[in-house]
Design a protein around this ligand. Structure first.
Ligand code: GLC
Length: 519
């Protein structure tokens, strides 16, 4: 067992937006296979594929109609298998995304359930009679809005997301059996891990109470969910070296680490770090909290800066106000992209040098920012209608080469518009430019592999200015991130291995700049 997930750099591919091979404007497996060299050159250990299954795309593929096939817009199962083989040949592992809380309303189970109240499939979902002609509860959904939709026969069905994503009934043994079989289906095809969507939802309080302050939440983090992950772990353990990685949004650290107990998931995304403001005390406290919490269960910490659901971090860090919100991209707050880029470069050296595994969301290595100017009539995210916020700005297709959109992402029209300013952010424009974000990521990931200190199990804070984050790993490696109000000298006797930005004329480390150092 290599336990690769404990220290891997894992690159998130959002298939709609990575690369298009057939000119329909939507990325596909052919595009990923053709561009695999980019990921090999970047040096990542694994890729996580956001959903690629047949889907009506009511939620960009997180509404799955068949977990054992590939949507024609992305390709075929044979192409997916070829991608797994080619990734493995390039030394890259592959993780697929499984969505257990809900399925697509187009899934045969739900179609059968809708067709007759007596269908056995009815019990795979939560159909309930209304209360006085109204929906059974007043719950607010995860995208805002209500959580029940009335079926033609009068009953209401539960959906914590959109009406096209009916929630599954995890009390039902058939549901459990089906998902264990789906895990085996993908493990049998050689995939190395599973990313588990909305991993803390699944179970509901079957008395369907209202959400009340102080009372246990009726659908977040119910204890029964752990039994499911224990059985998934048994399935994963039947195969060598497979990992289960949870999307667990959970502010309470002790509840979060429950998911990472030795017989449950191998890892979970660290949203605490993703949501941390650019502030030395808060960041240091977050790192400490993360390391301590994971140590209690012996699980590897993870470091995540961006994903397909949140405002890209170049934009987040570019706001003068350092307080952070996941979905502040349409509120008109001014963004300083130069500042955001400088901080994103420093954050890359931070997240890639802390103990644990690091996640890179596609385009992060190019320094892409949120496209905040998507015309309203092109917005596709269902969250927009329900909550006035869109995640489309972080899902814009990648710029590969050339001076104008679509930057060879496609030969057609990209499904979301790309900014004209991205001509400087293409893979082609950045390759070979030592000051580019792409070369910074390549250099950092290469060094991360080679540098013994970056394989040391722990990190140790160096005492000094509280506005400077400085730590060692191993006997002769250190990282220093300057969050103070002015430039600082590098610690005496150290030599830079990699800098997120140049030292100033006096040889000092500027503000919002990080250095990897040889002690
Ligand atoms: C997760 C996904 C998100 C999706 C939601 C519903 O949070 O990351 O993109 O909309 O679950 O499946």
């Amino acid at each position: 067992m290599s336990s690769w997930w404990k220290s891997a750099v894992i690159y998130q591919v959002y298939p709609r937006s990575f690369a298009d091979s057939n000119g329909d404007g939507v990325g596909d497996i052919g595009g990923i296979r053709a561009r695999l060299g980019h990921l090999r050159d970047l040096g990542v250990d694994a890729i996580w594929m956001s959903p690629w299954y047949p889907s009506p795309m009511a939620d960009a593929g997180y509404d799955v109609a068949d977990f054992r096939d590939i949507d024609p817009v992305f390709g075929s199962l044979a192409e997916a298998e070829a991608l797994v083989a080619e990734a493995h040949a390039a030394g890259i592992k592959l993780i697929v995304d499984i969505v257990p809380n809900h399925i697509s309303s187009a899934h045969p189970w739900f179609q059968a359930a809708l067709a007759s109240p007596d269908a056995p499939e009815r019990d795979y979902f939560w159909f309930r009679p209304g209360k006085d002609g109204k929906m059974p509860t007043k719950w607010t959904g995860e995208f805002g809005g209500t959580t029940w939709t009335q079926a033609p026969d009068g009953d209401w069905y539960l959906h914590l997301f959109t009406p096209e994503q009916p929630d599954l009934n995890w009390e039902h043994p058939d549901v459990r059996k089906e998902f264990e079989s789906i895990l085996r289906f993908w493990f049998d095809r050689g995939v190395d891990g599973i990313r588990i969507d909305s991993a803390a939802l699944l179970f509901k309080d079957t008395t369907f109470p209202e959400v009340t302050d102080g009372a246990p939440h009726p659908f977040h983090d119910l204890d029964a969910v752990h039994d499911v992950y224990r059985s998934w772990r048994r399935v994963a353990d039947e195969y060598p070296d497979r990992a289960l990685i949870g999307e667990v949004w959970m502010p309470e650290v002790d509840r979060f680490t429950n998911y990472l107990r030795p017989d449950e998931l191998h890892a979970a995304f660290n949203f605490d770090f993703l949501g941390c403001a650019w502030d030395p005390a808060l960041m240091r406290a977050c790192v400490d909290r993360t390391l301590e919490a994971h140590a209690t269960v012996g699980a590897p910490p993870t470091w995540v800066l961006s994903n397909h659901d949140v405002t890209r971090h170049v934009t987040r860090y570019g706001r003068a106000d350092t307080t952070f919100s996941f979905d502040n991209n349409l509120d008109g707050t001014p963004v300083d992209l130069t500042l955001g880029t400088r901080r994103a470069r420093a954050a890359a050296l931070l997240s890639l040098s802390l103990p644990g595994s690091a996640y890179v969301y596609q385009g992060e290595e190019l320094g892409l920012w949120e496209n905040e100017n998507i015309p309203e009539d092109q917005i596709q995210d269902p969250m927009y209608a329900r909550r006035g916020h869109t995640r489309d700005g972080c899902r814009v297709p990648l710029p590969w080469s050339g001076d104008e959109p679509p930057y060879t992402f496609t030969e057609g029209d990209p499904w979301l518009p790309q900014p004209a300013e991205w001509k400087d952010r293409t893979v082609q424009a950045q390759t070979g430019d030592p000051s580019s974000m792409l070369e910074l990521y390549r250099a950092a990931i290469t060094l991360r592999r080679a540098e013994p200190g970056l394989h040391a199990p722990a990190m140790t804070w160096l005492d000094g200015d509280p506005d400077v984050l400085a730590y060692t790993r191993g006997p002769d490696f250190a990282c220093v991130l300057n969050l103070s109000g002015g430039p600082i000298p590098l610690p005496a006797g150290t030599t830079p291995l990699l800098l997120s930005g140049p030292l100033d004329d006096g040889g000092l480390l500027p503000v919002d700049t990080a250095a990897w150092l040889r002690l």
